[in-house]
Design a protein around this ligand. Structure first.
Ligand SMILES: [Zn+2]
Length: 358
């Protein structure tokens, strides 16, 4: 059997395949599935899937592999899983453009993908060391929790930021519509300058403690990397939450976007198109951006306020990050004081250079 050292993101993908978070995947994508996802937003059997999940290896190793070879996937000296090789292929820069709509190195998802080898290996994966999935979030567990809580409708909320007033607005809409709110922040790799997992979770724990109905909210982290792939990642995030037992999923403004690579509602457009073409198995709540309106004196959206842009105070994770990084206090119309103080109390607020190195 071949042996190959894997990185943390590859390990996490294998875990998420095993637990069913990445259903219907049962391993890393082969060429056919990969091409189909890149071109048509679905696997080769027609099942909707919007982001490639692939295994990259160095060229020398790639050349040794044949269909039917077995690879032991090694993490920190232990065999975490095995992969049965079905297929191998190379990806191109053209593919990256189709996935990210850019090949700019300044895009963190593109840069990360360019740093990987272009040689990819597809095939079934199997976790062999069960300690790797013991504490992993998994659909069996979340569905059991939702059943126990007697929730019939569950709205999933994706985030990589501590809660601010705009997200609070979206979540309260979710709580009006559904029995339960599943707050499921990404706790895998994020770009330098993003909030740490510690800051995000501390903020949410405080929010639940002080403001939300505790019996209607469930908070748990999702270990997977951010790809910053905007529209494609928005639908990918919805598929994951469907797999975790959610019936509804919120897609807001510029979901999983970064910089100015995607228009504010590109994710809504793609989601609507795919809803017409495929059965997503989850209802999408495509919600407009909440902002503070000085004339209305509250958080509103352009669907329920008639005032001009000059009356608006924008609220976003990026704006909050900038405030805190500069050492200034964000306005309470954006971020609750209790949440702000909680963020300041954590050991490390932002992800530094170290965490982004591989
Ligand atoms: Zn207004």
């Amino acid at each position: 059997m071949h042996k190959y050292q894997i990185d943390e993101e590859t390990l996490q993908d294998v875990i998420n395949i095993e637990t069913g978070i990445l259903y219907p995947l049962r391993g890393f994508m082969g060429k056919e599935d990969y091409q189909s996802v890149v071109e048509n937003y679905c696997l080769s059997d027609g099942e909707v899937f919007t982001l490639p999940i692939t295994f990259d290896v160095v060229e020398e190793f790639y050349n040794k592999l044949e269909s039917g070879s077995q690879i032991a996937l090694i993490w920190e000296g232990r065999t975490a899983a095995t992969l049965l090789v079905e297929d191998k292929f190379q990806i191109t820069e053209e593919d990256l453009f189709k996935i990210f709509k850019t090949t700019d190195d300044k895009h963190p998802g593109v840069l990360k993908e360019k740093k990987r080898s272009r040689y990819r290996v597809g095939g079934l994966t199997k976790i062999v060391d069960m300690s790797f999935i013991e504490n992993a979030l998994n659909p069996v567990e979340t569905e059991r929790i939702f059943r126990e809580k007697k929730w019939k409708t569950i709205v999933g909320f994706q985030t990589r930021n501590p809660i601010h007033k705009a997200h609070e607005h979206l979540q309260r809409i979710g709580l009006e519509i559904c029995d339960g709110l599943f707050i499921n922040p990404i706790t895998g790799w994020k770009k330098k300058g993003d909030f740490t997992e510690e800051a995000v979770m501390a903020a949410y724990n405080k929010m639940i403690e002080l403001f939300y109905p505790k019996d209607r909210v469930y908070l748990a982290g999702l270990k997977t990397q951010m790809r910053y792939a905007g529209p494609r990642e928005a639908v990918f995030h919805a598929i994951i939450r469907r797999n975790l037992g959610c019936t509804h999923f919120i897609i807001g403004r510029d979901h999983a976007g970064v910089g100015n690579y995607y228009d504010a509602y590109d994710a809504h457009k793609l989601a609507s198109q795919l809803e017409q073409r495929y059965n997503l198995g989850i209802e999408l709540l495509l919600l407009h951006e909440p902002y503070y309106c000085k004339k209305c004196g509250q958080i509103v959206t352009d669907k329920n306020c008639s005032h001009y842009a000059t009356d608006r105070v924008e609220i976003s994770g990026t704006i909050i990050r900038e405030y805190i990084a500069k050492g200034s206090i964000p306005n309470e119309i954006m971020l609750r004081d209790e949440i702000f103080n909680e963020i300041l109390s954590v050991k490390q607020i932002f992800i530094g250079e170290k965490e982004t190195q591989k």
